[in-house]
Design a protein around this ligand. Structure first.
Ligand code: NDP
Length: 368
């Protein structure tokens, strides 16, 4: 943590109480309390300026209280120009993929956030760790659990933290269900049913290329269902059984289109899931001993709707990404492990490895 100037550390420390308990409210609630010059916040560089970085993360970094957009890494010179103007970035804080490692010498960049196609996550997380920067990486963390482990090892060896961009663990709707599970408000959680899919467009995009994506709908959005079952049951699955379906062998020649799967948890509990690139579905249903909870949509960036028993959930407007980034910034500065650390990413990849293994073996039950 000696990379931070005392002033910055003190600032974050002072504000950590509010931001650390952000779970159920908008970071804007803290606006007056936390407003501070940008240089006192954690400087973040976004790596890969695609749809998610452009549409969600950069706007969120304009709302965050504990971190700000300090730099960018892009392979597209036009984006470098337009982002520099839009976000008032310094020229020396703009990198491309060749100059990326020079970020090690830039004190204004405390953390880098990898928002590249899946197959590039491992390389850039490891390079960022070697540059001594705190690392945030998008989901899926890697293509396999083995690859994910190399990323965790690199961060450990270089003394930096690794967080995975699981925005929903910072979302109040999901946290309401997690809290009910932890506090056993309605008894034990007994069953999770969840689906997440969308109809994918452009047949030439990287998400349909195995070398860049690693897999299809499962790697991209099925992973949210795995996460949900794991955090609601607060347990790791012990076995999976999976089934695959295809309506378009040409478009989905390299990656999975639709997968259904079941996860077995200790004590005989089970979860049941569907993910797809062929149709839209966005749903989470949880049975507890004394009630049910439901979210639909469950996994969108906003507009989540749902209930727990007879309680309708309504948390107003907020940015999931701002909540996520602010909470991560506090943890980084305090040297605390991230709520969504590399270990979380790895746990999901172990399940995904097992799901693909089940499919490769005709839907056989695979123990984890
Ligand atoms: P995009 O295709 O929109 O953007 C990816 C960016 O990566 C490109 O714009 C480009 O940026 C850079 N890039 C570098 N090399 C390549 C390459 N060979 N092919 C394509 N792009 C390349 O993807 P998304 O923003 O949708 O997704 C990026 C990551 O974020 C993925 O891992 C995805 O799973 C994750 N994600 C997470 C979400 C969440 O809710 N947590 C939501 C959406 C995505 P440049 O031009 O700057 O070099």
């Amino acid at each position: 943590m000696d990379i931070f100037q005392n002033q910055r550390r003190d600032f974050i420390k002072k504000t950590a109480l509010g931001a650390g308990s952000i779970g159920l409210v908008s970071s804007s609630v803290f606006a007056n309390e936390l407003s501070s010059p940008a240089q006192e916040r954690l400087g973040i560089a976004l790596v890969g300026l695609g749809n998610y970085a452009t549409g969600q993360l950069a706007p969120a970094l304009e709302q965050t209280e504990n971190c700000y957009l300090a730099g960018i890494v892009t392979g597209t010179p036009e984006k470098a120009e337009s982002w520099k103007a839009k976000y008032n970035l310094k020229s020396e804080n703009i990198y491309d993929y060749n100059s990326f490692d020079e970020i090690a010498n830039n004190d204004e960049i405390d953390a880098v956030y990898i928002v590249l196609p899946n197959s590039m996550h491992a390389e850039y997380v490891i390079r960022a760790a070697k540059a001594g920067k705190q690392v945030i990486c998008e989901k899926p963390m890697a293509l396999t659990a083995a690859e994910g482990q190399t990323m965790i090892d690199a961060c450990t060896e270089n003394g930096v933290t690794l967080s995975i961009g699981y925005r929903l663990q910072y979302d109040p709707y999901h946290n309401a269900i997690i809290t009910a599970a932890q506090e056993k408000t309605y008894g034990e959680m007994t069953y999770v049913s969840s689906q997440f899919g969308f109809k994918i467009g452009d047949p030439t995009q990287w998400r349909l290329k195995k070398a860049l994506a690693g897999g299809g709908a499962m790697m991209d959005v099925g992973i949210y269902c795995i996460q949900a079952a794991r955090y609601i049951f607060d347990a790791e699955p012990i076995a999976v059984t999976a089934q695959e379906f295809k309506t378009d062998d040409v478009k989905f020649a390299e990656v999975d289109e639709t997968i259904t799967w079941q996860m077995e948890f200790p004590d005989g509990r089970v979860s049941n899931h569907t993910t797809s690139y062929a149709f839209g579905t966005n749903h989470l249903m949880v049975s507890a001993e004394r009630t049910r909870a439901m979210l639909e949509p469950a996994y969108s960036y906003g507009g989540l709707k749902g209930y727990i028993g007879d309680k309708v959930l309504d948390f107003g407007k907020f940015s999931q990404q701002a909540l996520q980034l602010d909470a991560m910034a506090v943890n980084i500065v305090q040297g605390k492990p991230s709520k969504t650390s590399g270990k979380e990413g790895l746990a999901d990849l172990k399940v995904i490895d097992a799901i693909y293994q089940s499919l490769a073996n005709g839907g056989k039950r695979v123990t984890i």
